[in-house]
Write a protein that binds this ligand. Structure first.
Ligand SMILES: [Zn+2]
Length: 260
């Protein structure tokens, strides 16, 4: 399963990818230059070799590391079905595949997608423009991870998103939660953690739609945002990952996607 996801923002990044050859790993690097859109994607099996990639002027780099082959095949399946344009089909569990594996691969994909979207807004979503993590005037989210921060604290939207993304990353990096070895068991609370991840990712969409949609339109990212969100909603609905009540800030949009 996917273990490491790194997000690096830099104008010039020397990216070093070290892949261990244990059973065949795949390194996927997606580079975004300028606005949204994956400009270059590298995905191939790497065994016992170091890959050095010099990437010029990317604004965001996502690195998914060490995906054992089964995860890689599922990832290919996602890309292929997404390419067909049928999102309803793309979210379904492929026949014969393990549900937890499918949830795990998709969790990483959606995490990256939300990171990409929010990454284009970081200069517009600041502690002064967004002193609280809101979704319209009715909803405000406070941060608590239940471990280091037990009592919810009020933080700015960018701080909230930072906490949220760091927390998700720590879950993805936790081998006992997202097993790296093929066939390694998922913990009993795996799906609960996946649900919490999706619940929190939804909040980033809710903030973007309510507070930064005009900026998204001016950046001409509207269609991309809508497609990402549609995919997100169809996936979370298919596997009942988010409680209906949590969807309230964007319920009309969710309703139109699901055609309820
Ligand atoms: Zn904001």
């Amino acid at each position: 399963m996917v273990t490491t996801v790194k997000v690096v923002k830099s104008m010039l990044v020397l990216l070093e990818v070290l892949a261990s050859g244990d059973g065949g790993f795949v390194v996927v690097v997606e580079v975004v230059i300028g606005g949204l859109g994956i400009c270059s994607s590298y995905c191939s099996p790497v065994e016992n070799q170091r890959k050095m990639a010099l990437i010029s002027a990317p604004s965001v780099i996502f690195l998914h590391m060490c995906v054992p082959m089964q995860g890689a095949q599922l990832k290919k399946h996602i890309d292929a079905t997404l390419g067909s344009g049928n999102l309803r089909e793309a979210v379904r569990l492929p026949p014969g595949e393990d549900l937890n594996e499918w949830l795990a691969v998709n969790t990483v994909d959606f995490f990256n997608q939300v990171n990409l979207l929010y990454g284009t807004l970081t200069e517009f979503c600041t502690a002064s423009t967004c002193p609280a993590m809101t979704a319209g005037s009715k909803y405000e989210y406070r941060w608590a991870d239940g471990v280091t921060i037990k009592k919810p604290i009020e933080v700015s939207a960018p701080k909230y998103v930072e906490y949220l993304m760091d927390w998700i990353e720590s879950q993805l990096d936790d081998e006992s939660m997202f097993p790296q070895k093929l066939g390694a068991p998922f913990p009993p609370n795996f799906q609960d953690v996946v649900k919490t991840i999706f619940k929190r990712l939804f909040r980033v969409y809710a903030h973007i739609y309510h507070t930064h949609f005009q900026k998204i339109v001016s950046l001409k990212e509207e269609a991309h945002l809508n497609t990402c969100f549609k995919h997100f909603v169809l996936f979370t609905w298919e596997f009942r990952l988010i409680d209906k009540g949590e969807l309230a800030p964007l319920y009309e949009l969710v309703e139109s996607i699901l055609q309820l």
